[in-house]
Design a protein around this ligand. Structure first.
Ligand code: SIN
Length: 275
């Protein structure tokens, strides 16, 4: 097996590790790589749906996306489809976000495989949210660690121009703005443009200004980021409590089709740095 870092601080490409064989301590090895590099890009994998789900179960119980929960889904509720067609305007994940941070226990991580790739482009970009926090000034860090923010599933829906179907509810949950990573304990800046609606106990204008600054901090700093490229057989997984991601839609009118499995978080995000 070869581990090649994508950048000095975030992400690694793993060659020579077969995700369909997690026997004999290999699941532990996978977990260790995951929490060390936080974004893993595996090449030359041959996973079917069951094998894809088995990789997710290494990390815990599989997550069912809120968009599916209301309807007693048939088939594979744990499979979340990522689909861009020729005329898609807003692709799944086409702005900076952590997956389903509006849940009480946001996913530990997600594992994505593409079934149909565009001829070029369609990368997934990741941002290291510990470095995002650590590169803010001391006064800004000290203010943020006292704050909580509301994450709302309907904010995500609105961006796509959707409203909930009758009977469908989306979670809305308050989390600390700076969380302790559940494994490493490192601080994580835990707000994202996809789901974070406002900062609690602040005026609308204060909240909007602070969130806009933090969203810009993520978007405008390629030095905090790494980029996963896709080939046939690539599987990418990310630590959703440590990074944000952005699916780059630069390949229209070509389609891009994938399936994602996410893992339920083991508990709610815990504040970092409070007395
Ligand atoms: C997502 O999970 O947000 C989709 C990522 C991608 O399609 O690259």
């Amino acid at each position: 097996m070869n581990i090649e870092p994508l950048t000095p601080h975030l992400g690694a490409q793993i060659d020579g590790f077969d995700l369909s064989d997690l026997s004999g301590g290999r699941a532990d090895q996978l977990e260790e790589m995951f929490y060390t590099h936080r974004v893993l890009v595996f090449r030359n994998q041959e996973l079917d749906r069951d094998a894809h789900k088995a990789v997710g179960r290494v990390f815990g119980e599989l997550h069912v996306h809120p968009s599916k929960k209301a309807f007693g889904i048939k088939g594979d509720p744990e499979i979340f489809k990522v689909r861009a067609e020729a005329d898609t305007v807003k692709v799944n994940g086409g702005r900076w976000h952590m997956d389903v941070s509006c849940d009480e226990n946001p996913p530990t991580g997600s594992i994505l495989r593409l079934l149909e790739l565009p001829p070029h482009g369609g990368d997934t970009v990741f941002c290291d949210m510990s470095r995002a926090f650590e590169t803010l000034s001391g006064p800004m860090q000290r203010m943020l660690i006292e704050l909580d923010a509301r994450h709302d599933g309907q904010r995500d829906l609105r961006w796509y121009g959707l409203t909930p179907d009758p009977g469908q509810t989306y979670p809305s949950w308050v989390h600390p703005v700076v969380t302790a990573h559940p494994v490493s304990g490192r601080p994580v800046l835990f707000v994202n443009e996809g789901f974070t609606e406002d900062i609690v106990d602040m005026s609308y204008d204060e909240s909007r200004a602070i969130l806009a600054m933090l969203f810009d901090h993520v978007a405008r700093n390629p030095g905090l980021q790494c980029r996963a490229t896709w080939e046939p057989g690539t599987v990418v997984m990310w630590d959703n409590r440590a990074v944000q991601h952005f699916a780059v839609h630069d390949y229209a009118p070509h389609p891009r089709l994938g399936e994602r499995v996410s893992v339920v978080g083991k508990g709610p995000p815990i504040a970092w740095g409070r007395d």
